[in-house]
Design a protein around this ligand. Structure first.
Ligand SMILES: Nc1ncnc2c1ncn2[C@@H]1O[C@H](COP(=O)(O)OP(=O)(O)OP(=O)(O)O)[C@@H](O)[C@H]1O
Ligand SMILES: [Mg+2]
Length: 146
């Protein structure tokens, strides 16, 4: 496992960082986005979407737990498990398995701890946090991947 730590100074810098990382992620890569409410997980997902050539604006999936986009470059699946109350069983029901292995594109999952035991071992773990010393728009982004 290789862990890198980045510091971004704005939402746009977080999107750019995500887009750069997306370029290094082969199809089927699952990125687990962890961090408090408002840490910047959806912002990071927007950068991934941009790199995939998704023209639509990406917001958190609310009524559905998964949004799938056919980007010009490749497919992008964005999941937010925050509101999922039923744990792993519900995750299976919503068809999460189709995204966890062999998805022909990039997959990003917010709040992966809601179905922790299902997350693939090879997934990239992205942590977002506001640093104590920074202003409102600084974030520490930790990226762990094999
Ligand atoms: N460096 C930064 N990186 C990311 N977001 C930032 C940064 N600085 C400020 N922000 C702001 O923080 C907010 C992050 O919101 P976002 O929806 O991405 O969080 P989230 O982690 O997805 O929250 P939730 O758990 O509610 O889904 C946005 O309003 C964004 O503009
Ligand atoms: Mg979000």
């Amino acid at each position: 496992m290789k862990t890198e730590v980045f510091r971004t100074a704005s939402a746009e810098e977080t999107r750019e960082l995500a887009a750069r990382l997306a370029a290094e992620a082969p199809d089927g890569t699952v990125m687990l986005l962890s961090g408090d409410l408002g840490a910047g997980k959806t912002c990071f997902a927007q950068g991934l979407a941009r790199a995939c050539g998704v023209a639509k604006s990406v917001t958190s999936p609310t009524f559905t737990l998964v949004n799938e986009y056919a980007g010009r470059v490749r497919r992008f699946a964005h999941m937010d498990l925050y509101r999922m109350a039923g744990g792993e069983a519900e995750a299976h029901d919503i068809g999460i398995d189709d995204y966890l292995e062999g998805f022909p594109g990039l997959v990003a999952i917010e709040w992966p701890a809601q179905a922790a035991s299902l997350m693939p071992a090879g997934a990239w773990r992205i942590g977002l946090a506001a640093p104590e010393d920074g202003g409102a728009s600084a974030r520490i982004v930790t990226v762990a991947r094999s």
